[in-house]
Design a protein around this ligand. Structure first.
Ligand code: GDP
Ligand code: ZN
Length: 461
């Protein structure tokens, strides 16, 4: 395939003052040579592939220095995009990096669309679609654990599994075909039925296994939605602040939409939490009334975990009890705060209302009990069946939707056989399952879907 040469600013993973201007395409090296000057006057087109060079970026007309750089040069196809790639490493601030980008754009490169580097890698056969999507997840991954899932997917773990399933389906379809066209035995129909049921059951089980892990994958990617509730002044905002200060707050790229709740991303014992403090809603109003407000009710409904804060220094109130009712079907950790003040709360009563859910006592003022709280958050999350990072998680909503449809198609195969529907009809559902799985790895995907997917990527990837 032939493409023009694209360029974009691409900051490396992790922190650092270095920003990279990346070029990819047939003219990448020629364009870089126009703006690069090495102390020894060597040209990039003469150097070996996969080497890095010191020099300056200059205005080609005036030879005026713009930035001191390290340039790495990688000739295709041994690159991410399989094209010639030049990376100009700038240590200066945003202004100089932008200047360097402008220069390569003026000298023949085109500004890359979001995700276009990854799209080229896909179109040039370097990666399959699920791997391309994993790159996107990797960019968005908020904790080490989520990163491992995305990495595993990029290495093609999910792809391998999907390919294996598709192969099994294909073989089954072929087998059915042969049985129908060349019936060797009298009972060929019954045998074919039996084989179909057997294979379809195996495939269904594997798809459903993948789907079971998908909930965990979503949590890893988006964070466990954790809502802090309690009466005014019990210490909700203090709790949010302690959790944020004790743990590295995770920087989120989610755009700042207006909302009346405060949100923070933190990593607690390896569990990514999206903390929501409902205290952002005016605290003068009655809390239960506030929960009646559509938006906070929605926040509550979508919560994976509730942190209910009570006051150690006051008796339980009707409001507290109403809150217990509101959250009766949810995962809750009860926090009795202000233990530095004398106890007025009836702990036995709290236990009754908590119905076996964990109760932690804290003094946020004296920074006590926060460790215990974090332990119980960790315990709650890992009581599920997450055992290690090297499971194949499905964490992408498009994959989940496709797997769900594939599982349904298999159900129809099984029901069809049971109902005595002719084999060639049953085959259609099986073929459909094969196609759906193919969409996960990018076989049989429409052009528009590809464009839509890649436009979600960050610029420069
Ligand atoms: P919110 O209204 O539930 O968000 O409560 P805040 O976090 O704003 O806290 C209300 C007041 O209680 C503030 O003055 C805090 O300093 C205080 N506070 C929070 N935690 C503790 C605690 O553990 N002990 C004591 N004595 N005061 C606390
Ligand atoms: Zn507050």
């Amino acid at each position: 395939m032939e493409f023009d040469t694209i360029a974009a600013i691409s900051t490396p993973m992790g922190e650092g003052a270095i920003a990279i201007v990346r070029l990819s395409g047939d003219d990448a090296i020629a364009i870089a040579d126009k703006v690069y000057r090495s102390p020894s006057s060597k040209r990039l087109r003469d150097v070996q592939s996969h080497t890095i060079h010191y020099g300056n970026i200059v205005e080609p007309e005036t030879d005026q220095k713009v930035e001191e750089v390290m340039v790495s040069l990688m000739k295709g196809p041994r690159t991410f995009t399989r094209e010639d790639v030049v990376e100009i490493n700038c240590h200066g601030g945003l202004v100089t990096v932008n200047r360097v980008l402008q220069l390569v754009l003026q000298n023949g490169a085109r500004l890359a669309d979001p995700g276009e580097f990854t799209k080229r890698a896909f179109l040039n056969g370097r990666i399959d679609l699920s791997q391309a999507e994993a790159v996107m997840d990797l960019i968005r991954a908020k904790t080490d654990r989520a990163m491992n899932v995305a990495l595993g997917q990029m290495e093609g773990r999910l792809s391998k599994l999907i390919k294996k399933l598709r192969q099994e389906i294909l073989e089954t379809l072929a087998h059915v075909e042969v049985n129908i066209d060349y019936p060797e035995y009298d009972d060929v129909e019954e045998m074919t039925h039996r084989m179909l049921v057997e294979k379809a059951t195996v495939v269904k089980k594997e798809i459903d296994n993948l789907l079971v892990t998908s909930g965990q994958g979503k949590i890893l990617r988006e964070g466990l939605s954790t809502v802090i509730i309690g009466r005014p002044n019990v210490g909700k905002s203090s709790l949010l602040n302690s959790l944020v200060h004790e743990n590295k707050a995770i920087v989120t790229e989610i755009p700042g939409t207006t909302r009346d709740v405060i949100e923070e991303y933190v990593n607690v014992r390896g569990v990514p939490l999206r903390l929501v403090d409902t205290a952002g809603i005016r605290e003068t109003e009655d809390i239960v009334e506030r929960i009646g407000v559509e938006r906070s009710r929605k926040v509550l409904k979508e919560a994976d975990l509730i942190l209910l804060v009570l006051n150690h220094h006051e008796e339980l109130t009707i409001e507290d009890i109403k809150l217990f009712e509101v959250i009766k079907d949810m995962d809750v950790i009860v926090i009795i705060n202000k233990t530095d003040l004398s106890r007025k709360i009836d702990i036995e009563k709290v236990k009754e209302y908590a119905k076996g859910r964990p109760i932690v006592t804290t003094s946020l003022l004296e920074e006590k009990g926060i460790d215990e709280l974090e332990d119980s958050i960790g315990a709650l999350f890992f009581k599920g069946n997450i055992q290690s990072h090297d499971l194949t998680y499905v964490s992408n909503s498009r994959h989940i939707a496709l797997l769900t449809s594939a599982s349904k198609a298999i159900d129809e195969v099984l029901q069809g056989i049971e109902a005595g529907i002719p084999i060639d009809i049953v085959q259609i559902d099986l073929t459909r399952c094969w196609e759906l799985l193919g969409e996960i790895i990018g076989d049989s995907v429409h052009e528009s879907l590809i464009d839509q997917l890649f436009s979600q990527f960050c610029l420069g990837k």
